[in-house]
Write a protein that binds this ligand. Structure first.
Ligand SMILES: Nc1ncnc2c1ncn2[C@@H]1O[C@H](COP(=O)(O)OP(=O)(O)OP(=O)(O)O)[C@@H](O)[C@H]1O
Ligand SMILES: [Mg+2]
Length: 303
């Protein structure tokens, strides 16, 4: 049975790089590994230099990949609700609710629920096909927040189902059609059951691991502290931190020359690629950002 690892961390610290590298390592050790990106920027494709789409593709031996497109999943999610509704409700009510669903498309809650549904699908469907499932998350942190949802959603579906059941039972006493199934109740119970299964998987600490990527700098440290505290409130432990981009011990002129040469090539590429744009060039400082260093950088924005 699969272990599930979520990679989280501040924007740009190296989540995609490290989750991909970690997946390659697992696969190299013969573990059947699935790498899943929840980032709309499709960055695994960029790192690996290959197209990875919405369905699972083979990356290399023992390693498969998939990129979730949250926007597309939100559309599917709403479509699914629409389709369910049509089987249950009258046309007039469907018309009315349709416009509310259009509004829901743009609400952040819908994106989170849709993403949660998709992640649940992958975990429940693939739990037995892989040894490890690794999720690379988007910088917004939404993906990690949804880890806290199963409890809430299961309870919510449970209370909706209970309420619906009491209405259905009452109707049955009137109509005396005791065997008739209620489609609403079926949907609610099915969802309650799925959230329950996911909750069971997440609650077993053997299954779920959160790895935080950070750099040895102030802002990523602060963000990591906050995220760990938030997850702790929901009993989700973080036991591994991946500290990325540590400078090598034997750093010397050669290292910097190579970095500088590569930077020069990319600077030329930027100027070529974005020809005609204005460029504001800001130097890297030998310290990280605080009140006085940001003042130094402010001087570069003089028009
Ligand atoms: N150890 C490393 N050495 C050199 N460059 C690195 C290293 N790790 C990451 N990078 C570079 O840093 C940049 C950001 O890395 P990456 O995209 O993995 O971060 P991320 O946390 O996934 O970003 P985002 O929050 O936007 O998803 C990339 O250009 C990547 O090539
Ligand atoms: Mg990324």
């Amino acid at each position: 049975m699969a272990k599930i690892i979520f990679y989280g961390g501040k924007g740009g610290v190296g989540k995609t790089t490290c989750s991909t590298a970690n997946s390659i390592n697992f696969a190299g050790r013969g573990l059947r590994t699935l790498l899943v990106s929840t980032d709309p920027a499709h960055s695994i494709s960029d790192v690996l230099g290959m197209d990875i789409g919405r369905s699972i593709v083979r990356i290399r031996e023992n390693l498969d990949g998939l990129e979730i497109d949250p926007e597309y999943e939100a559309e599917l999610y709403i479509e699914k609700i629409r389709a369910n509704m049509k089987t249950i409700l009258s046309n007039v009510i469907v018309e009315e609710i349709n416009s509310q669903l259009d509004a829901a498309m743009v609400s952040p809650g819908t994106h989170e629920s849709a993403l949660f549904d998709k992640i649940s699908d992958i975990i429940l469907d693939k739990f037995n096909d892989y040894d490890i499932i690794i999720f690379d998350t988007a910088p917004t942190g939404h993906t990690l927040r949804i880890l806290t949802l199963p409890d809430l959603l299961e309870g919510w579906m449970g209370s909706l189902a209970k309420r619906r059941k009491s209405i259905v039972d009452m109707n049955k006493m009137v109509t005396r059609k005791y065997d008739e199934k209620d489609p609403v109740l079926e949907i609610l119970e099915r969802r309650q059951q799925r959230f329950g299964e996911i909750k069971k998987i997440f609650n077993n600490t053997e299954n779920l691991r959160i790895r935080f990527v950070l750099n040895a700098e102030k802002l990523p440290i602060e963000e990591t502290k906050k995220a760990i505290k938030m997850l702790k409130q929901f009993n989700i432990p973080v036991d591994t931190l991946v500290i990325n981009r540590i400078m090598p011990d034997d750093i010397g002129a050669e290292f910097w020359e190579k970095k500088k040469k590569q930077e020069k090539e990319y600077l030329e590429e930027i100027e070529r690629e974005f020809k005609g744009k204005e460029f504001i060039k800001i130097p890297m400082l030998d310290t990280d950002m605080n009140k006085s260093t940001v003042d130094i950088l402010s001087k570069y924005f003089g028009d």
